[in-house]
Write a protein that binds this ligand. Structure first.
Ligand code: ADP
Ligand code: ZN
Length: 606
């Protein structure tokens, strides 16, 4: 079998994606490889196809015990004999799996790094024919990366203990030079073939919002995408709890995930999301590494993450199937202060001396600043991300929020002066709402209650809308001319530069939205919406998929991805042969499900 045949037979795809073929060739020729590819680019195919073509067993070392089961289920669905060895198995199951492995029943075995050292496993690999070792999420070996796993450091010793050293393939989506160097050195890669594919994810739409009310903004985003599944990332466990509750109270099927929950609840919630029982997952960054649910249609960041690597990795969990998906970040100046606090007050990592810890902190603050830069830029967001990863891009992508809108600079010195004076005059006791109402000369209950009409600055900005005043207050918060007190009812406080603004009213320039840019031209075709009949058929195919998945107790996307069903709804195949031309329909799935789907299509056209 050739690699092309394997791609078609097992995965049902006609062509390799950028970078896949070269990595596969390197591994097949016995050479080590280091592949840096963004999330969703298709890294797993790069070691799964060599695994199918090489004579012996491929070991895949992966950090996430909880997800191995799904990866293996997906492989088995495609007709690939695979298994996993990790702590979720009982001792008995573990021994049974090892026995079967000894009998040569599996081509691919997923193993947790901690398992490499166990006695049973060691004796198994000494006798087995290991053709390839694939190290997934290879950045876990570096303490410069975000997910350092000490047990990854044992991988090279394990590899050299094998009777014949097989080629080693290392895979990651983290591209910074420090981490890359660590992977090559610490994993002991030998003259590796290096592949770094473009980091652009064309189907993703990027947007940063700075809403006055994040909850309302989130609700609008979620309600605007009925029936679509999405992930909402929050920085803290507490925020996860609150946001999840908030969505549930409004009738949205949301689940929560963070490291503070019992393992059982985590497992259950994750499963609810994978199986489409919970439409929205509200989570900390503990959720998602290795999640390969391909039909996540949006990722909202409720807080700004700590660096661009984290952001792009998390946002990249949207739209892995290549269909349009949105990545929206809800930013506030408070996120920056929280981030700074966590870095400067956070626990130093184990085993670091003070100087090294200080260097790490400096670097983390620098990363946080770069992340803030992304939130505040009015230029192309895609370009901003890709430049960060060292990729040069044109300054207009036509598909991010900033490219789809026009911005203008307005001078707000006089207005800033009025805002600062109002806050000073009222003793730094009030929040954004009361201050905005006062400046606009509104007659609300609370304005009356606090007798704001008597203040000199009452109505000082009556030519502006309250929305415009709020926007200027946010700008002053960003500039740190103002700050917010911590706590549930934050009040506006004066920052260091406030006095200068109040006295001199220096020129200050704020970038603000001009108008929607009419009919922006997309620089590339994104898959279009389905037409009436196709959409209906798509719905029926999805329902059929759900029934099959339920019967088998597997997640729906493991049967067929959304992308595959869409293509079916458009191509409307009536024969097995035609069905086989649909992307994602390999041999095993065609023979298992082909008839049922053909019948559904037949039935649809009655
Ligand atoms: P990564 O591990 O790089 O994040 P995956 O290996 O999970 O990405 O692949 C993402 C999606 O792309 C999966 O649904 C996979 O089946 C699909 N895919 C991989 N290779 C191809 C290909 N050559 N053609 C079409 N789809 C592909
Ligand atoms: Zn853009």
């Amino acid at each position: 079998m050739t690699k092309e045949e394997a791609l078609k037979t097992y995965f049902g795809y006609d062509a390799f994606r950028g970078g896949q073929e070269a990595v596969i060739d390197a591994l097949l020729s016995g050479r080590d490889a280091l592949a840096i590819m963004p999330t969703g680019a298709g890294k797993s195919v790069c070691y799964q196809i060599p695994a199918l073509l090489l004579p012996g067993i491929t070991l895949v070392i992966s950090p996430l015990v909880s997800l191995m089961r799904d990866q293996v289920t997906a492989l088995v669905q495609m007709g690939v004999p695979a298994a996993f060895l990790n702590s979720s198995l009982t001792f008995r199951q573990y021994l049974l799996a090892l026995d079967r492995a000894r009998e040569g029943r599996y081509k691919i075995i997923y193993v947790a790094p901690e398992r490499l050292e166990t006695e049973g496993f060691r004796s198994f690999v000494q006798a087995a024919d290991v053709s390839l070792v694939a190290v997934d999420e290879a950045h876990c070996i570096s303490q410069w990366g975000q997910d350092f796993r000490p047990s990854y450091l044992n991988i090279p010793a394990f590899v050299s203990s094998l009777p014949h050293r097989p080629p080693v393939g290392a895979f990651t989506a983290t591209a910074t030079p420090d981490v890359k160097e660590d992977i090559e050195n610490l994993l002991n890669l030998r003259d590796p073939f290096r592949m770094a594919t473009g980091f652009d994810r064309e189907n993703l739409y990027f947007e940063v919002r700075q809403p006055g009310d994040k909850r309302a903004a989130l609700l609008e985003l979620v309600r605007g995408r009925p029936g679509k599944c999405g992930i909402v990332y929050c920085t803290t466990r507490k925020a996860v709890e609150e946001v999840c509750q908030f969505l549930q109270d409004r009738g949205i099927p949301a689940a929560r995930y963070h490291a503070g929950l019992e393992a059982e609840e985590r497992r259950q919630n994750q499963e609810d999301f994978l199986y489409d029982r919970a439409q929205v997952m509200v989570a900390t960054n503990a959720f998602g590494m290795g999640i390969d649910k391909s039909d996540v249609r949006y990722v909202v960041h409720y807080n700004m993450p700590k660096d661009m690597e984290s952001y792009y990795q998390e946002a990249g969990r949207a739209g892995r199937d290549g269909l349009p998906a949105s990545c929206v970040l809800l930013y506030s100046g408070q996120d920056v202060r929280t981030g700074e606090y966590l870095i400067t007050h956070g626990e130093a990592r184990e085993g670091l001396d003070e100087a090294a810890a200080e260097r790490l902190r400096e670097r983390d603050l620098q990363r946080l600043r770069q992340m803030t830069g992304y939130c505040r830029t009015r230029h192309c967001l895609r370009q901003h991300i890709l430049r960060y990863f060292g990729q040069d891009e044109p300054d207009y992508c036509g598909t991010c929020y900033n490219c789809l809108h026009n911005f203008k600079e307005v001078e707000v010195g006089r207005e800033a002066q009025a805002i600062v004076r109002c806050i000073a005059e009222t003793g730094q006791h009030f929040g954004v709402g009361v201050i905005a109402e006062t400046l606009c000369g509104a007659g609300t209950d609370r304005v009356r209650k606090y007798r704001m009409e008597r203040q000199a600055s009452y109505g000082a900005l009556e030519d502006l809308t309250q929305k415009a005043v709020r926007e200027r207050i946010r700008f002053l918060l960003d500039e740190e001319i103002l700050t917010l007190s911590p706590g549930q009812y934050p009040v506006l406080l004066l920052g260091e530069r406030a006095e200068d603004v109040a006295r001199n009213g220096p020129a200050l320039y704020m970038r603000t939205l001009e108008e929607d840019r009419p009919a922006a031209v997309s620089r590339r075709p994104v898959p279009t919406e389905l037409e009436g009949g196709q959409a209906e058929l798509f719905g029926r195919l999805r329902a059929l998929r759900a029934r099959i998945a339920r019967r088998q107790g597997v997640p729906a996307y493991v049967v067929f991805s959304d992308k595959t069903l869409r293509e079916m709804a458009v191509l409307q195949p009536r024969t097995m042969e035609a069905l086989r031309t649909v992307g994602g329909v390999g041999d095993a799935k065609a023979s298992r499900y082909g008839r049922a789907f053909l019948e559904e299509i037949e039935d649809f056209f009655g």
